[in-house]
Design a protein around this ligand. Structure first.
Ligand SMILES: [Zn+2]
Length: 119
């Protein structure tokens, strides 16, 4: 079943996912990941993502990973090649903070505590 998604329906006024609704936040972050994978593609290009399929055919989680394709009108079409049941079409994504792909690398913050401190 195809779901058509406009991320702006869920984002707050700063363009961030909501903090006060965990379920919506999970959904928005899933869409954000798909935008991050699909936004930088040229028209007609596709790639596999590390976003898991959300379907449960036969009550078991589908093992598939979603693919993203940049289709007509610059929309991002996402689908599971394994079960062919999880389908999302994302439009109006171009001015979200994920449109350009992953953030550019930056040096680590010097004041950030390290996970493994020497004795
Ligand atoms: Zn699937």
């Amino acid at each position: 079943m195809l779901r058509v998604v406009n991320p702006h329906h869920w984002l707050d006024e700063r363009g961030d996912p909501p903090l006060d609704n965990a379920r919506i936040r999970r959904q928005v972050l899933r869409i954000a990941r798909l935008i991050e994978y699909g936004g930088p593609l040229a028209s007609g290009e596709s790639r596999e993502t590390l976003v898991e399929c959300s379907m449960r055919p036969g009550r078991k989680p589908c093992p598939g990973l979603l693919w993203v394709v940049k289709v007509e009108n610059d929309d991002i079409y996402c689908y599971c090649m394994s079960c062919k049941r999880d389908e999302v079409l994302i439009h109006d994504w171009q001015d979200t903070i994920w449109a350009e792909g992953m953030m550019e690398p930056v040096p680590p913050e010097p004041e950030r505590p390290r996970s493994s401190q020497p004795n």
